[in-house]
Design a protein around this ligand. Structure first.
Ligand code: MF3
Ligand code: CO
Length: 266
């Protein structure tokens, strides 16, 4: 899981670095496929089945009001002020690593910048609750209250998930719910926490392609995700970006970056 997590993060990092005005989402997806092939790993998205539908791309690339599961196309050229969610899930050595970031294309409006910041913050606020003997609802509640206190809307149609030899395993990790409810977490459990946040209203509708979820309010949407291992102390984030070799140091850098009110000495 650690090996797969690192690789997922390395691919994500390289694709996010490509994001700038004038680049098409097709180019980013193709680069993702090439990087995976060079690394000797496989996309866990390409070929993913939902009913009779098969996901066609290496990565999920969702622009602006596209919430999740967007498909890169040559026609979708990124422009200044857009936001792009880059969701990378890969398979390596029989295990899956899954992570996502929403990145600004050039300069974005202050309100869109706040949406990205609050969504990423809510991931870390939820993540520090992924403790041995806590319950799923402790994560869910922490994410929901953080996002809603900032006036944004938590999406309830999609949830985080357990992960292992397959992409989606039990338990589901909703981004909404009550503290103290749901299954108990155990040391060593691998989960993906992935808040998806709309600007105004939580509703979604499906695009004609049958995959892309769109924000009903047509306003920008954000999505951040890490794969982690539950532990007795702070969880071990295993989708560590290049340059980090220690999960706790990475988490501390995020707490500092966002001045989060999180105390790691439980
Ligand atoms: N990170 C996404 C998830 O956890 C990946 C979906 S793969 C797709 O659902 F094929 F469904 F797009
Ligand atoms: Co996921």
């Amino acid at each position: 899981m650690r090996v797969a997590g690192r690789s997922a993060a390395a691919v994500l990092d390289q694709l996010c670095a490509m994001v700038e005005p004038g680049v098409s989402t097709w180019d980013i997806d193709e680069a993702g496929g090439e990087i995976m092939s060079e690394m000797g790993i496989k996309s866990a998205c390409k070929g993913y089945r939902s009913g009779h539908r098969i996901f066609p791309s290496y990565t999920c690339l969702s622009v602006n009001e596209e919430v999740v599961h967007g498909i890169g196309t040559k026609e979708r050229i990124l422009k200044e002020g857009d936001v792009l969610s880059v969701d990378v899930c890969i398979r390596e050595g029989g295990f899956v690593g899954d992570n996502c970031r929403t990145v600004p294309v050039g300069d974005v409006s202050p309100e869109v910048g706040r949406l990205l910041r609050v969504t990423e913050e809510s991931l870390y606020v939820g993540l520090v609750n992924a403790l041995h003997k806590n319950r799923v609802g402790d994560i869910s509640h922490a994410v929901q209250q953080y996002v809603e206190a900032e006036g944004f809307a938590i999406i309830t149609n999609f949830v985080g998930h357990g992960v292992g030899r397959t992409l989606h395993e039990d338990p589901q990790i909703p981004n909404f719910g009550r503290a103290g409810t749901g299954v108990q977490l155990r040391k060593g459990l691998a989960i993906c926490i992935e808040p998806m946040v709309n600007t105004k209203s939580a509703g979604i509708r499906m695009a004609k392609d049958g995959w892309t979820a769109l924000a009903e309010d047509n306003l920008p949407s954000a999505h951040f995700e890490h794969t982690l291992l539950v532990d007795e102390g702070t969880p071990e984030i295993i989708t560590l970006p290049p340059g980090y070799d220690n999960a706790t140091k990475f988490l501390l850098s995020k707490i500092e970056q966002f001045s989060l009110d999180i105390d790691l000495n439980h």
